[in-house]
Design a protein around this ligand. Sequence first.
Ligand SMILES: [Zn+2]
Ligand SMILES: [Zn+2]
Length: 328
Amino acid sequence: MKALVYTGPESLDYRDAPDPEPGNDPLIRVAHVGICGSDMHAWAGHDERRPAPLILGHEAAGTIVAGPGAGRRVTVNPLVTCGECEACRAGRDNLCPDRQIISMPPREGAFAELLAIPERNLVEIPDGVPTEKAALAEPIACGWHAVRLAADRLNRPVAEARCLVIGGGAIGLGAALVLAMHRAREIHVAEPNAARRAIVAKAGPFATFDPAEEDGPSGVDLVIDAVGFEATRAAASAKVRPGGVIMHIGLGSASGGLDVRRMTLQEITVTGTYTYTAEDFRHTAGAIFRGRLGALDWMEVRPLAEGALAFADARAGRIAAPKILLQP
Ligand SMILES: [Zn+2]
Ligand SMILES: [Zn+2]
């Protein structure tokens, strides 16, 4: 098969790679696969869990071409868990100590023509839903999970909450769309890139602003940090009301920015979130299929063969779309 192989810092090679060996798992012909912030991070050489050479990419949808379910179109939950440990049995499978994600050894990723993954990780796509939209299930499920956990932590219904989402990429926009589905009272989105901000403003009932130019709202019930740098954690700490909730999804840098003094004196709840449970993923896919998350027309599709250029353009800020999908 052809694959886009990460060969070292800032280098990707579109070349022949061995076909996956599916064993008893379905073999999928990938139709669309998104570029994630974590792929960018690995490509830049900043993720020692992803050593070269490696096929990156974990946001895939396509068609089963061999094995169980052949012929079905599916979207892929890339998180493979054991199903037996305490976390898995408690429905918190994203915290499984044996969790694996495709694009991290021992599992190759989806920037390739073919992908093998257990059948239980697949959600069938109904007729009439394009694979471009189904491939957004993975990034949006991260926001779905964060909003679900936030609802447990807020002392008022999400529908009455004033919310601030920091970052208008697919994770932030996805979280904002889930908040909109719950009819949150106010949804503000901070995004510095003007072209992307305009796309976000059209994607749902959002008040967008440029955090470099404007202060934005203050005293909000819920902040979702979909960026995760020191500056955004500092902004989240300042913007949340006493007794409010910060959900931390983005992991741009590992430390700094949280105002522990304010967290303590104002009883602010800060929760880190990682991916989604299998149930969150299925619910997100279902909401996409039923059109509950808007038009989902904010992605840009490029050929997998030109993936190296897409990474370079994304790094240089030349791409306004909140999500780039590659097409093998
Ligand atoms: Zn992702
Ligand atoms: Zn487990």
